[in-house]
Each structure stands twice: as structure tokens, then as C-alpha cells.
Design a protein around this ligand. Structure first.
Ligand SMILES: Cc1cc2nc3c(=O)[nH]c(=O)nc-3n(C[C@H](O)[C@H](O)[C@H](O)COP(=O)(O)OP(=O)(O)OC[C@H]3O[C@@H](n4cnc5c(N)ncnc54)[C@H](O)[C@@H]3O)c2cc1C
Length: 378
């Protein structure tokens, strides 16, 4: 649902300028330094993007899903590490607060997250609990009117600059119903943010493990009811998956642009390689997949706005778009020949970045499981 077509057109035009003038030019430096350059961060804040999924009442952009998806199609043209910083701020952690937080919890955290003054981390995965998140063992035990938390969270995105942790910890018995959500100040004694870990791509969005050793948090850190944590975390997944589908569509369009530019500029056998049908076909297949992902993301975003989205459809969209984006990255790298394999080529960087998207927020295998369950449950 687009509520105000003129406002959305202005938003998209501003996002295009942001991507072309600031984000894309800063990508190589971000990859090299594994840190988002300050001017890019400032520009993302100025555009309100840290609050992309937060309602206006709490300082966010207050967009419909279709408006968000439209924006992600444009912003997806820039390296996905940017999104891993700004969109995660209003993703998992903020969505749990919006769904189940008290007025005081929302007032404490959401405006800072929407402005980008505070960076939120979503702490679900553990060394022994990845796809099987319900098996997590980080434990929160009652201590007077508060809680003591002990355990370890793994590969937490943005942990080195965390200003707020949304931690899933076990307060009850085994399984999903024993897990509760806690919004925690990372400066709490007993919490250690471990050194950032080196990774293949998505440089600029650092990840680190977080250790909890008898960390005492107050009673009002608990968000929602005891035992509701995992349910709350999973409830936000549809939105995240549609976001990623739109991001991937934008990213595929960017990679096609990179491939087109190279195919026109690079000459072999007396002419541009774009004249070679085998090369052109690599890009034609990529155009088709980018278009399919764009239509899918927008169509399902509208369905979410009007309340008809089925969770399995969001999983299918994430599955298709992330797998297609990896195919496109591979084809466009092939179009670049050896140059695509060398450090410095945008496609070399994007190829490394995009690979993570088939693993995050539910691996492709888990998305297939969700889709297949829906198929056979009817
Ligand atoms: C860069 C990065 C950033 C991350 N950021 C965060 C973050 O901010 N917060 C957070 O909580 N987590 C984060 N994670 C963790 C991420 O969510 C997990 O990596 C993901 O859920 C998969 O878990 P796993 O890596 O333990 O893989 P595993 O669960 O061990 O899976 C390994 C393989 O087995 C397959 N598999 C597992 N179970 C099944 C099944 N039932 N059926 C079919 N196949 C199966 C998987 O699909 C995969 O191919 C991050 C990870 C990375 C790499």
C-alpha cells in the first residue's frame, strides 16, 4: 500500500541519490577497512534509515511494507553490508519491542534506535544452536526482582558497537516455550563483547560473540511474557524475509549494471564481449531473475499490508531471491572474466557479500522446510 504517491516518489529519488553519490562510492573503503565510513553512516541517519521499520510515533519512518520494499529495491543497489547496519536496528530487536514492549521499554529504546544513536543487536544464535534456535542454552534465572544471565551468543551482527542487546534466554524448560526475550544494556557487568571475527564478506557490518557471565539485569529487561521470546522473534521474520527479497532484487539489478558496463567496455575477438551471444545470455538470465524477484517482493509486500501474506510465501520469496542473487553474482563475475576475480572489482566484493544471504535469517534449507510444510499441511 502506497499512502502518498508523491511522498514515496520523493523518498525513492532521495534514496537513489544517496546510493549513487555516497553509498556506492564508499563501498570499496568499507570493505577494505571493515568499517562503515562515517559520511555514509551520517547520510543513512540523515535519511532516517535506521528507523526504516519503526512507526513515526517512535521516531521512525512509519512506512507500509510496500513503501519499505520499494525503498529496499533502490537501497539494495548498494553493498548489503549497509543494510546489515541500518536495517537491523529497526529489525528483530525493535520489532519485538513494538510487539510486546511496555510503554516505558518502547520509550527507552525505540527513539534512539530510530535515529541510529543506539545500535541494536539481535542475540539468538549460539555455538550449539543455529538453525535449531529452540535448543538454545543461555539461561536467565530469577535473582530477587531481576535476572541473572549466563551463556554465549554467537556471531552477533554489530556487536562491537552495540548500544542495546535483545537477548533470547531460557527461563523455562526445554524447547521454544522455555525462551524469553530481554532488552539489555551491553554495559551491564558480566557481559563481554568479544573481538570481532574475520569473515568472507559483508565487511563493514562486524560480527562478534557475546559472553554472559552471571550478568544481572533488572526485572524490566524482560520483554513480553516469560516463555514468549522465541514466538516474538519468529513473528518478525515475514517482514525480514520480504526485506531481504527486495534487497536481493535491487542487488541483482546493480550486478546486471556492473556486468553490462563490463560487457560493453571489454573487447575480445575484435569487438565488445557483449556481442558474444554466450555472454549476453548470462546477463539476460540475470535480468529475468532480477525482474522476478522485484515483482515477487512487491506483490508479497502488498499482501502483507492487506493482511493476506502467508508465512510460507515470505519464506519462498527469501529462498528464491537469495538463491537467484547468488546465481546472478556468479554469472556477472563470469562476464568479468579474470577481472572479476581480482580484488578491486565491485563484483568480486558483491559476490562475497551476497553469499551470506542464503545463510542468514533462516538458511535456504530451512526456508524450503517452511515452504514444504505448508504445502503438505493442507
Ligand atoms: C555473518 C553472520 C552474521 C550473523 N548475525 C547474527 C545475528 O546478528 N544474530 C544471530 O542470532 N545470529 C546471527 N548469525 C547466525 C545465523 O543466524 C546462523 O548462522 C544461521 O541461523 C544458521 O545456523 P548455523 O550457522 O549454526 O548453521 P547450522 O544450523 O549448523 O546448519 C548447517 C547446515 O545444515 C543445514 N541444516 C540444519 N538443520 C537443517 C534441517 N532441519 N533441515 C535441512 N538442513 C538443515 C543448514 O541449512 C546448513 O546448510 C550470523 C551468522 C553469520 C555468518
Amino acid at each position: 500500500m502506497i499512502r502518498d504517491a508523491a511522498a514515496q516518489a520523493a523518498r525513492l529519488a532521495a534514496a537513489r541519490r544517496l546510493v549513487d553519490d555516497i553509498l556506492i562510492p564508499a563501498e570499496a573503503r568499507m570493505d577494505e577497512e571493515d568499517r562503515m565510513p562515517e559520511p555514509a553512516r551520517a547520510a543513512l541517519r540523515a535519511h532516517g534509515l535506521f528507523g526504516i521499520s519503526i512507526p513515526e510515533a517512535h521516531g521512525g519512518l512509519g512506512l507500509t511494507m510496500e513503501e519499505e520494499a520499494g525503498l529496499m529495491l533502490v537501497l539494495g543497489r548498494a553493498a548489503p553490508a549497509y543494510r546489515a547496519v541500518y536495517a537491523l536496528n529497526s529489525g528483530g530487536a525493535a520489532q519485538i519491542l513494538l510487539r510486546a514492549g511496555t510503554g516505558a521499554q518502547k520509550a527507552r529504546w525505540l527513539p534512539g534506535l530510530a535515529r541510529g544513536d543506539l545500535i541494536a543487536c539481535f542475540c539468538l544464535s549460539e555455538p550449539e544452536a543455529g538453525s535449531d534456535a529452540a535448543s538454545l542454552t543461555t539461561r536467565a534465572v530469577r535473582d530477587g526482582d531481576g535476572w541473572r544471565i549466563t551463556g554465549r551468543k554467537r556471531w552477533v551482527t554489530n556487536a562491537p558497537e552495540a548500544g542495546m542487546l535483545m537477548v533470547m534466554a531460557r527461563t523455562g524448560g526445554n524447547g521454544a516455550r522455555g525462551v524469553s526475550a530481554f532488552a539489555i544494556d551491553p554495559a551491564t557487568p558480566g557481559i563481554a563483547i568479544l573481538p570481532a571475527q574475520a569473515k568472507m564478506g559483508m565487511r563493514g557490518a562486524a560480527v562478534a560473540d557475546i559472553a554472559f557471565e552471571d550478568a544481572r539485569v533488572p526485572a524490566d529487561a524482560l520483554v513480553g511474557a516469560e516463555g514468549e521470546g522465541l514466538k516474538l522473534a519468529l513473528a518478525g521474520l515475514d517482514k525480514v524475509r520480504l526485506h531481504l527479497a527486495a534487497l536481493c532484487a535491487g542487488l541483482m539489478e546493480r550486478m546486471v549494471e556492473e556486468g553490462r558496463r563490463h560487457a560493453l567496455a571489454r573487447r575480445q575477438f575484435g569487438g565488445p564481449i557483449a556481442d558474444q551471444p554466450a555472454v549476453a545470455a548470462l546477463l539476460a538470465d540475470s535480468v529475468a531473475e532480477a525482474l522476478a524477484a522485484r515483482c515477487l517482493a512487491l506483490d508479497l509486500a502488498r499482501a502483507r499490508d492487506d493482511g493476506t501474506l502467508r508465512p510460507a510465501d515470505a519464506a519462498a520469496a527469501k529462498l528464491f531471491a537469495t538463491e537467484a542473487a547468488c546465481r546472478v553474482a556468479d554469472r556477472v563475475l563470469q562476464v568479468h572474466g579474470g577481472e572479476g576475480y581480482m580484488r578491486g572489482a565491485a563484483i568480486e566484493r558483491l559476490y562475497r557479500d551476497v553469499r551470506l544471504l542464503r545463510i542468514l535469517d533462516g538458511t535456504s534449507e530451512i526456508q524450503r522446510m517452511v515452504v514444504a510444510r505448508a504445502l503438505f499441511s493442507g
